[in-house]
Ligand binder design. Structure first.
Ligand SMILES: [Zn+2]
Length: 166
């Protein structure tokens, strides 16, 4: 995973924009993989999405040995309810911070304030990190699954089973 997110700025791409368009649902495969997440990381994700339900909130998730324990909140450079982008300078800073803490970047999270929390067409198109877990959060109190995680590889979406640890 670490190599995929190497710190050479020329190779680090901006995190995707999501326009909240209707997702291509047929491309979401059944749950296969799992991702492990600490209870506090899960709670922080929800908190971040609910604190600002007017805009998509976003950030990176990191941990060790595949267990996600830390959230690194980012500013949504687009300040939009239907799209997000982490500006490259902030992305580099966060990646450096993750390394400084001896953690590995394991995924990216963002919220869908007004639409179902599944990948939008743009989320799928701009999923540049095939090994990342893409978390999508719904701030809505009636969301059946407020936090969902997906693997997005070459246009194929697989939902991941979230295993809450600790
Ligand atoms: Zn999205």
């Amino acid at each position: 995973m670490r190599e995929k997110f190497n710190g050479h700025s020329s190779q680090t791409r901006a995190v995707p924009v999501c326009f909240g368009t209707l997702p291509k649902r047929a491309r979401i495969a059944a749950m296969e993989g799992k991702c492990r997440l600490s209870r506090s990381a899960l709670a922080q994700m929800l908190k971040s999405a609910r604190e600002d339900s007017m805009h998509e909130s976003c950030g990176l998730v990191a941990g060790r040995d595949g267990l996600i324990t830390n959230l690194f909140a980012a500013r949504n450079a687009l300040a939009s309810a239907t799209a997000y982008e982490i500006a490259p300078p902030e992305l580099f800073t966060l990646i450096r911070e993750i390394r400084a803490q001896n953690l590995e970047l394991l995924g990216i999270y963002h919220s869908h304030p007004n639409t179902e929390n599944i990948p939008s067409s743009m989320d799928i198109e701009r999923a540049y990190y095939p090994d990342a877990a893409y978390f999508i959060i719904s701030p809505k109190p009636d969301a059946p699954k407020p936090v969902r995680a997906f693997r997005i590889r070459e246009g194929n979406v697989t939902e991941l089973i979230i295993e809450e640890v600790g």
